[in-house]
Design a protein around this ligand. Sequence first.
Ligand code: S6P
Ligand code: ZN
Length: 186
Amino acid sequence: MNNIVDPAITFINDQLKGALIDRINRKIKDLPDIFYDKKAFEELPVETIVYEVASYFPVAEGTEGGLFYGITYIHPGTVGEEYFMTKGHFHKIRNRAEYYCTLHGEGMLLLMNEQGETWAERMFPGSIHFIPGHMAHRTANTGDSILSFSAFWPSDAGHDYDTISKQGFSKILVKRNGHPELVNRR
Ligand code: S6P
Ligand code: ZN
């Protein structure tokens, strides 16, 4: 019996490869609720890719005790003065935590607690972010190249996108004088 085997997945040259890998992309047309400048949003080509996610789901979604692994690639760009960013979510099981580790590019991790307080952590290659439970999380690309990061989260965490699509984050991340600023929504 050969008891030395290859890993189920690899991450080489920035690409996740192997079986059971799920790939999605989010285009402008998939993100009607998240950007505050609706006029600027309407002017962008609907097929513009904002971000892509490759995830490894070795167990069924909802399984207690498992872990998922994913890589997110956010393209550079803005909608009006707001940076390209992810939809953002709370975990459906609110107390489930997560790690993000930045690989390439520069960005911000926006965090919002259940009281609606929002703050941001700088993301840069090598930055590691612990996202405690009960915290909505969203990432934005503030640079000129792709922002990529790996994520590790419990397989029973689930995603609550509805709360964010209805209420948003209490602050938005905008480009002012060439730099990111976290400001209150108007
Ligand atoms: C999953 C984890 C990430 C995001 C990804 C896209 O819990 O936080 O893999 O799914 O960054 O963001 P979103 O908000 O569209 O799921
Ligand atoms: Zn998450």
